[in-house]
Each structure stands twice: as C-alpha cells, then as structure tokens.
Write a protein that binds this ligand. Sequence first.
Ligand SMILES: Cc1cc2nc3c(=O)[nH]c(=O)nc-3n(C[C@H](O)[C@H](O)[C@H](O)COP(=O)(O)O)c2cc1C
Length: 208
Amino acid sequence: MPTVLVLNSGIPGDGSVSRRLVAETVETLREQNPAVRVIDRDLGAEPLPHLSPASVAALRGGAAETTEQAEALALSDALVAELKAADTIVIGAPMYNFGIPSTLKAWFDQVLRAGIAFSYSEAGPKGLLTGKRAIVIETRGGLYSEGPAKVMDSQEPHLRGMLGFAGITDVTFVRAERLAFGDEAKQNAIAAARDDIRDFAEVSALAA
Ligand SMILES: Cc1cc2nc3c(=O)[nH]c(=O)nc-3n(C[C@H](O)[C@H](O)[C@H](O)COP(=O)(O)O)c2cc1C
C-alpha cells in the first residue's frame, strides 16, 4: 500500500502556513490515490527528546544495556520503521533562526543511524533509504531563494544534505517566502506555493 509519512515541525496553531500547506499536499496525494496510508508524526505538537548519553550509546551501538537505553532504542526503531514504510515523506519545515526547527532536527538525529540510513566504506558514505521521494514545504518570513539573504539559508541546504545522505535524493521543495512582508505578499506567497503543489501533483501523476 502506498504510504505517506507526514512530519509537521512548526509550532501548532491555526495560523501555521506550513501546516496548512502540508495538509493540502496530503489531500492532493489522497486525491491521486484514495488508498494511500498516512502516518502522522507531529514533531511540533509532541517533540522528540534530544539525544542523551543513553540514546547515543544505544543508537550507535544498536543494542541496549539499561532500561533507559532500551527505551531510547525502541523510540528510534519506531521512527525508523515509519520512515522505512513510507514511499513519500511530506515535511513541513518552517524557517526558525535561518534553519529548521529543533523539533525536526531531533527527528533526523533519531533516524540517521549508521547501518540503517547510511553506511560508510572505503568509497565514502552511501545512502541506504533509496527509492523514496520527499516533498518539503518551507515557510519563511523573509526572502532567501534570491537576493542578499540567500547566503543565510541554512534550512534548505541542510534538509537536502540530510535527506541525500540517507539516499533520499528525489526531493521537491515548495517555498512560501516573504510571509512577513505584509498581508498581500503573504497571500501571494501562499497562492504561489499552492500552484507549486498542484503543478508538482500533475507532473508526478503523469509520471506515475
Ligand atoms: C522562533 C522563530 C524563528 C524564526 N526565524 C526566522 C528566520 O530566521 N527567518 C525568517 O525568514 N523567518 C523566521 N521566522 C518566521 C517564520 O519562518 C514564519 O513565520 C513561518 O511562517 C513560520 O512557519 P509556520 O507559518 O508554518 O508556522 C521565525 C519564526 C519563529 C517562530
């Protein structure tokens, strides 16, 4: 069954643009295939724990010697299972302080495990989670896709890098930028992002 993993990482609330656009993206995917299974992991509403000595020991070693380590390993294993089950990952990623929310970074810290998401050899790193596609909804108060603030964008390159490191290279970024530039700019940005979602859906439906 086609499976979509949905990761929202922004602060919950009706005003969240990324949450609205993520919901619309999932709706579009459902229209394309009503049988799609959706796994919802709301990282903003229920943040994952940061790494700790116990979780690093368990995750890097792949085994647990204490109850704390066993709990940490079980959580990471559950998150990895959700990711492995997914053909498509929809990520809602607001820009916070030029990068991604720490809630989303905490998820990557839990799933980017050696031997599971990537491996190393003499040839260098190799992503192991191939054959998946990701759709990333990026919301930003400012403008970073062009202009003087472009060099400040630590959100999109970071996400592309982490996904690519795991072998997820089919990534579509949908940007809603200039959200803090007044109401007109905000509405235009949301409308443009909606067009991008529609265009992307049409292209992927044709390719399917
Ligand atoms: C804690 C915090 C930090 C932010 N940092 C930035 C930033 O560095 N650059 C920027 O353009 N917008 C920044 N913003 C604005 C958000 O990116 C913008 O409001 C976006 O719409 C939030 O996503 P959401 O609507 O999906 O919740 C920040 C917002 C918050 C709450």
